[in-house]
Ligand binder design. Structure first.
Ligand SMILES: *Cc1c(COP(=O)(O)O)cnc(C)c1O
Length: 438
């Protein structure tokens, strides 16, 4: 979110009492921004492939909040789900089965049966899952929408934990292992109902060229299978998500339009209208539109360096705290009234509330010197941050407020209320304190 949108929202959040001494951390979501990203995604692919039918399925794990899924559904997107919980969220948001895709490397037989009964598309991860599906498909009345995920084994991006196309990745069928490609082709020729093919070559840190290479491999394999089948058996290609986000500045790079043009250049047949295409973007749709606001509780110096102790730390920015090089976040300083803090930059640490030494959002960062009562804003946290809470220290999930700008100013709507202490106790076995005494 650019500062021109963020600054009025932060000020309004403070003025309207969203952030208080008793609720010292909240998250904001820019609803107009989310809608604009959904529109940009659809427009980018429509521009290079006007004859193609698309399903743009939002990867729910990036922001598993029902009102967000509903907003994206309203903007014409679907949902990519990877667990019974995510499927339940998508259904609660009203996302229709025809716009839902189930991916997960560990689907149980019950999950597979439910997906087939609901008419949800799913991508099998491996040959054992296909064998399990043989029996289930035979007993299902509706036509199944089933694909197979393949791993083109093209190599890693900058973040190993998010690189899904390495030779030893746990996801999909590893295409370059000896005999693997032939086995995949055979699996399709043996199953007329297998009509889709899926790749997701990785997320943040994977360069666009490598993602496009993965899609080219997918396309080549589909063409080979269809040629051998003598018909368009595979009619839907799911090219995954993974567009990286620039966390270093407000500049949006790369864009959906760049990626779509690169694909049109590199894999022109993909867009000629024979295939229905599915995308599964997560981070790039939401990251920019979320901001965490945390009150600065105390400030001090340690080893000569100023430290601001805030209420946002590992519970919201888990990956950043444990792997700060791979997941850096920008911080913006606001004063206690929610106005941008001015003054000379000072090298300081911004710490979270958790009881371990590594709970730092930023180390030796240049910022206007934070004071108690100030607001530290953690930028670009709309995907994979406050929506995927980590329960360390029994710190509560924060409230999430969506906002839009109207003629009267910034208007907030509660997306998720903050977790209460009673809920934390109940979720922690509090319903039966005597359980271990019997
Ligand atoms: C996580 C994931 C995505 C979304 O990745 P982003 O980097 O958030 O775009 C899409 N597809 C699959 C299968 C995933 O696991």
């Amino acid at each position: 979110m650019a500062s021109s949108r963020r600054d009025p929202a932060v000020h309004a959040a403070v003025e309207q009492g969203l952030l208080t001494p008793d609720e010292p951390v909240v998250a904001l979501l820019d609803a107009d921004g989310i809608r604009a990203s959904a529109t940009a995604l659809r427009a980018a692919f429509a521009a290079v492939a006007p004859d193609v039918r698309f399903l743009h399925a939002f990867a729910v794990k990036a922001c598993p909040l029902v009102p967000v899924l509903r907003l994206l559904d309203n903007a014409g997107l679907g949902a990519e789900v990877a667990s019974p919980g995510e499927l339940a969220l998508a259904r609660a948001a009203g996302v229709p089965a025809s716009r839902t895709v189930l991916d997960s490397p560990a689907k149980t037989e019950g999950e597979l049966r439910e997906a087939l009964a609901l008419g949800i598309a799913l991508n099998a991860d491996n040959h054992q899952e296909l064998a399990r599906l043989d029996a289930l498909v035979a007993r299902t009345a509706r036509f199944p929408h089933v694909g197979l995920r393949v791993n083109p084994q093209l190599g890693a991006g900058a973040i190993s934990a998010l690189s899904t196309a390495v030779p030893t990745s746990k996801f999909g069928v590893a295409l370059r292992d000896p005999g693997a490609r032939d086995e995949v082709v055979r699996a399709y020729l043996d199953r007329r109902w297998l009509t889709r093919l899926h790749v997701h070559s990785g997320s943040q840190g994977v360069p666009l060229a490598l993602m496009a290479e993965g899609v080219a491999e997918l396309y080549g394999l589909a063409e080979e299978i269809n040629a051998k089948a003598g018909r368009l058996q595979i009619d839907t290609l799911d090219i995954g998500g993974g567009l990286p986000v620039n966390f270093a500045s407000d500049e949006e790079t790369p864009t959906y339009a760049e990626y779509a043009r690169l694909l049109a250049d590199r894999v022109p047949g993909l867009f000629d209208g024979r295939y229905t295409l599915v995308t599964e973007f997560g981070r790039s749709l939401l990251a920019r539109h979320g901001t965490v606001l945390a009150r600065v509780e105390y400030t001090k110096t340690a080893g000569g360096r100023p430290v601001a102790v805030t209420h946002a730390g590992v519970q919201l920015a888990t990956r950043t705290v444990y792997a700060p090089e791979a997941y850096p976040v920008r911080i913006a300083a606001y004063d206690a009234t929610g106005r941008p803090r001015t003054g000379p930059d000072v090298v300081q640490d911004v710490a979270g509330p958790a009881c371990f030494a590594g709970d730092l959002l930023a180390t030796a960062r240049r910022l206007p010197r934070l004071e108690p009562g100030d607001v530290a804003a953690v930028l670009d946290t709309g995907a994979y941050y406050f929506s995927s809470h980590y329960g360390y220290n029994s710190l509560p999930r924060p409230g999430v407020h969506g906002f839009t700008r109207t003629a009267e100013g910034v208007r907030f709507a509660l997306v998720r209320r903050a977790q209460s202490l009673a809920e934390i106790v109940a979720e922690s076995g509090g319903d039966d304190p005597d359980a271990l005494l019997a």
